[in-house]
Design a protein around this ligand. Sequence first.
Ligand code: COA
Length: 348
Amino acid sequence: MRSKIAGVGYYVPETVVKNADLELLMDTSDAWIQERTGIQERRYGKAHAETTTTMGARAAEIAIQRAGITKEEVDFIIFATLSPDYFFPGCGVLLQRELKITSLEAPALDIRNQCSGFIYGLSIADQFIKSGQYKNILLVGAEMHSMGLDFSSRGRNVTVIFGDGAGAVVVQPTESEGILNTVLHSDGTYAEELAFINPGCHGGYHLGKEAFGYTDQNYGGIFLTEKMWNEQMIFPTMNGPLVFKTAVVKFQEVILEALNKAGLQAEDIDLLIPHQANLRISQFIQQKLNLRNDQVWNNIQKYGNTTAATIPIALGEAWEAGKIKEGDLICMAAFGSGFTWGSVLLRW
Ligand code: COA
């Protein structure tokens, strides 16, 4: 028994935010952003009207319809995001409620693997299909970054990169090749190099309690300290150059690992869908693997980095554009916070 992607859908919010719009909020420029990242614009969800869950639900409805099933047939939900509606419960159950998928009381699993979330989710779905436990797994990757970014100049290296959006797939059993293999990796050594640390339950354990304003008196039950709030330590931060340098190596390694396991070469890939972290990273990998432009799908120019949503959005766009045909060898790969990284190789 193998598994296949039976339907794919995506949703991006209406509001387009151009680089020039960000120039009005922080010390940055369209030229800098385009030159360093390739990004021209991104989408932001409508505050108070949209959330990570609602965007995920819109993408899921399309994937479910394209898979030719009803919502009630979904027997397992996997939701990948780093920007959940609530700290808990996770977006999986919120999506289940939003879509009214309650007939089977199907389990909902939330995964926290940031940019690799969709790849990790697809690997989990693949194992559950292969084991025969589930038959219609709904996997969603969605993000509402715009609600949690630092729009002052201090946050510019992170904020200009990220955008909102959602993508979803339905994974089903197949008699044909389908998913050939999945490869997952992580290395927690660099956990804080790309992270959203506060508020949180760390109590200063990893980086020293003074750094976050904890004292022996207030320690215990303090989730958000005055220092975190007053010094605006409540946004994601990134060591961009380190992430970049590591990403270009790990992307390549993990793609080649998946190809080697399947006895295939880079030249056999019909379409590579890299996680959209930075156009320069994608171009570097393309060059290293010696792939033509028509073998790689990039859309970061329009959407920025939508983290767990980038791969299913790109997959959905490529499918709609007729770039994915039956029998094509598709490779998807991601790298991100954790660090975590992984790849999926499949025959469409
Ligand atoms: N606008 C203008 N200037 C900016 C800026 C912005 N948005 N962000 C950073 N800068 C400045 C820095 O302050 C620095 O200035 P300085 O030289 O005066 O100190 C200069 O640009 C260079 O910063 P640096 O961080 O070294 O730039 P970079 O070439 O590495 O590009 C990234 C920054 C973030 C685009 C790049 O590091 C990157 O893409 N990293 C990987 C990101 C990624 O993949 N993240 C997601 C993982 S899933």
